[in-house]
Design a protein around this ligand. Structure first.
Ligand SMILES: NC(=O)c1ccc[n+]([C@@H]2O[C@H](COP(=O)([O-])OP(=O)(O)OC[C@H]3O[C@@H](n4cnc5c(N)ncnc54)[C@H](O)[C@@H]3O)[C@@H](O)[C@H]2O)c1
Ligand SMILES: CC(C)[C@H](C(=O)O)[C@@H](O)C(=O)O
Ligand SMILES: [Mg+2]
Length: 359
């Protein structure tokens, strides 16, 4: 019997608990099928933690994460907590500290168009025919999200500032992750920057070029972020692996999500130097549809699959989940966000049941 893996399950806010419920049931099915055991412990994070404990990242939640092998995260935030001081809000008070505390510097966001979903993409069929498979590698613990100083002054007029800073070691380690990923894929890497304006980007390009010397088989290109945003919708098939800093990667991954049909399809893995990781959908708590039971649970389910692969080394089980998702889409089941004429509309729970039946 394999060692028991301990998972800190943090559903969070909005659609988080709705889609997490389904992902946990998928894990139960995997456990039964593979004769493994997952010890899942739930804790509050984000807005719900503010409501229940007065803080978005309670000490008890943090200790649970520290005692676990991985974190399965839903999403945090929503209108209810938006007027709190920024540092006390769910995003800045819980999600960003978790990323920093656990050194989760490598954020992998695969944007895959399942062939059955080409019709759900906003792009013309010919741009994505044959499917699409892009991996965005986003730096997650540096850049403008964390640089100091950061703050505001109110006199003589209101002024606010964030600092964009990157060191060569931060750039080199994320570049290595991207090159390694490219080696396992189509050996193409596009590094995104704004080197025509930003000094950090000049260093970014310099260091990426140095790391590239260790990966002569990888075809490396550089692209300014504004052009990249345009190229992603013009001809997304030119990309294999995209490497980006924290903020550019945030923006481009939402854009890439839409190519796949919906933000509800895009999972993510945030990993540390060790096998430890936090796994969450790339999208958020979707307050506009929360509480209606209609959210797409696939991003959360595929995030759990990434956890099996990257933190637990359970490649076969992970592939199995992906295959079950693929089969369910081939059977024409669709939540509202990816629904189109002639398909069978299902809600969150039903989508989960269909996927589990295909596992
Ligand atoms: N990792 C996170 O916890 C995370 C990520 C992004 C945003 N947020 C937070 O979420 C809140 C809402 O942010 P937002 O509205 O800008 O972005 P969002 O990602 O929550 O929603 C954007 C759009 O995508 C749709 N969408 C997202 N996930 C979906 C799913 N699974 N199924 C169907 N549709 C889905 C939403 O309905 C909405 O129309 C904010 O408080 C934001 O800070 C949290
Ligand atoms: C909620 C927010 C802090 C977060 C980010 O910007 O990293 C989100 O947009 C994401 O993409 O995970
Ligand atoms: Mg984002």
């Amino acid at each position: 019997m394999a060692a028991v893996k301990k998972i800190a399950v943090l559903p969070g806010d909005g659609i988080g608990p709705e889609v997490m419920d389904v992902a946990v049931k998928v894990l139960d099915k995997v456990a039964a099928k593979y004769g493994v055991s997952f010890e899942k412990e739930f804790a509050d994070v984000g807005g719900i933690a503010i409501d229940n404990h007065g803080t978005p990242l309670p000490e008890s939640t943090l200790s649970l994460c520290k005692a676990s092998d991985a974190i399965l995260f839903g999403s945090v935030g929503g209108p209810k907590w938006e007027s709190l001081p920024p540092e006390q809000q769910p995003e800045r008070g819980a999600l960003l500290p978790l990323r920093k505390i656990f050194g989760l510097y490598a954020n992998l966001r695969p944007a895959i168009i399942f062939p059955a979903l080409t019709g759900a993409s906003t792009l013309k069929e010919e741009c994505i025919s044959g499917g699409l498979d892009i991996l965005i590698v986003r730096e997650l613990t540096g850049g403008i999200y964390f640089g100091q100083p950061k703050g505001r002054e109110d006199k003589p007029e209101r002024k606010a500032f964030d600092t964009l800073v990157y060191s060569e070691s931060e750039i080199a380690r994320i570049a290595r992750v991207a090159f390694e990923a490219a080696m396992k894929r189509n050996k193409k890497l596009c590094s995104i920057d704004k080197a025509n304006v930003l000094t950090t980007s000049v260093l970014w390009r310099e260091v990426v070029l140095e790391v590239a010397k260790d990966y002569p088989q990888v075809e490396l290109s550089h692209m300014y972020v504004d052009n990249a945003a345009m190229q992603l919708v013009r001809n997304p098939k030119q990309f294999d692996v995209i490497l980006a800093d924290n903020m550019f990667g945030d923006i481009l991954s939402d854009e890439a999500a839409m190519l796949t049909g919906s933000l509800g399809m895009l999972p993510s893995a945030s990993i540390a130097e060790s096998a430890f990781g936090l796994y969450e959908p790339s999208g958020g708590s979707a307050p506009d549809i929360a509480g209606q039971g209609i959210a797409n649970p696939i991003a959360q389910i595929l995030s759990a699959a990434m956890m099996l692969k990257f933190s637990f080394g359970m490649i076969e089980a992970s592939d199995d989940i992906e295959a079950a998702v693929r089969k369910t889409l081939d059977q024409n089941f669709r939540t509202g966000d990816i629904f189109s004429e002639g398909m069978t509309r299902v809600n969150t729970v039903q989508m989960g049941e269909k996927i589990i039946a295909n596992l």
